[in-house]
Design a protein around this ligand. Sequence first.
Ligand SMILES: C[S@@+](CC[C@H](N)C(=O)[O-])C[C@H]1O[C@@H](n2cnc3c(N)ncnc32)[C@H](O)[C@@H]1O
Length: 365
Amino acid sequence: MGRKMGPTPAKTSKKKNRGRREVSSSCTPKMAAAAESKAGKSPEELLCAAAEYGDAEAITGLLAEGADPTHFDASGLTPLMHAAAGGHAAVVQLLLDAGAPWNALSPTGNSAGDLASDSATFDLLLDHALRSELVLGTVARRQAGPADSPAESYLESRVSFSEERVMDADSKAVMMEWERPLMEAHARAVCSGGKVLNVGFGMGLVDTAIQRYEPEEHTIVEAHPEVYARMLKLGWGEKKNVKVVFGRWQDVLPQLGSYDGIFFDTYGEYYEDMREFHQHLPKLLKPGGIYSYFNGLCGDNAFFHVVYCQLVALELANLGYSTQFIPLPVKDCLSEEIWNGVKQKYWQLDTYHLPVCQAESEPEQ
Ligand SMILES: C[S@@+](CC[C@H](N)C(=O)[O-])C[C@H]1O[C@@H](n2cnc3c(N)ncnc32)[C@H](O)[C@@H]1O
């Protein structure tokens, strides 16, 4: 569990990166056949070489003979990464069908999708990753019991506050000042008059921004006792249009109404928790209302992030909501120093994708 939730890679190569460029893909299949001598090479090494050169025939043969598609070669790359980097879509498909993990990471933290050199290969990997995550999520939900419920320990532990951040007891950042422009953009997205709900106060950045739009009613749900105490100390309990609700959103749902704008940004919860929150949107969001959430899912890997943007959009679409992602450059908000003393660098991408979700319009009669 970190500031933001997301999947963990299934496998990571332990190898250190040895050079800037990770793969070379300039050979043709014929050159590959000529260049690769079978003598002295393991089936997996041959598989990586054939993947690099896009030799689908060799791949089919090697897989049929039992070559392992999950293998990492000496430079820490898998056959799938080689094939993706070479833009060999047919080979990528063969390897995926044989069980090659889409979420394996190279020594520099790249997955096959990050290395894909053309849109056909990228789309294949994205489609496969989405389907895998959908299936895995369904299986995990079927198997989950009460012991799987997260976040309890965060809510029971101490947090510390400074101008720049709120930290948990494990030196992980609950919220950081660099996110202020993002929170201001989220407030702009969800404030169009009427009633606004924000779940998760943190540093109060989004709530401060929401207040500037003078909503008719501004409800804030916060579950951590120390964050709640600080909110009250800062006067949030006395603002005319503000209603502060203390408790986990899961527990205080009956106290909530319906809103014209909703923002969701909790800490220490999993993707599944946000997914569960989304199941309540049809009750919480008024027709025509706007919903947005902090989109920190897999903020340390560009491809995983795309997968999770698409996954959430798909799941919201199943509930009848369309999602648009507004790209916001964040490179300038981030410097290495801001992470000093923070255990987990939860965001490492140059662009933030701000989600704007709305109920899909009724089909015309
Ligand atoms: C990342 S911070 C929110 C930051 C906020 N958007 C801002 O602009 O400062 C997440 C907040 O959610 C709270 N939280 C965590 N789990 C919660 C839950 N189940 N219900 C309500 N609040 C929760 C945390 O205590 C924390 O204050």
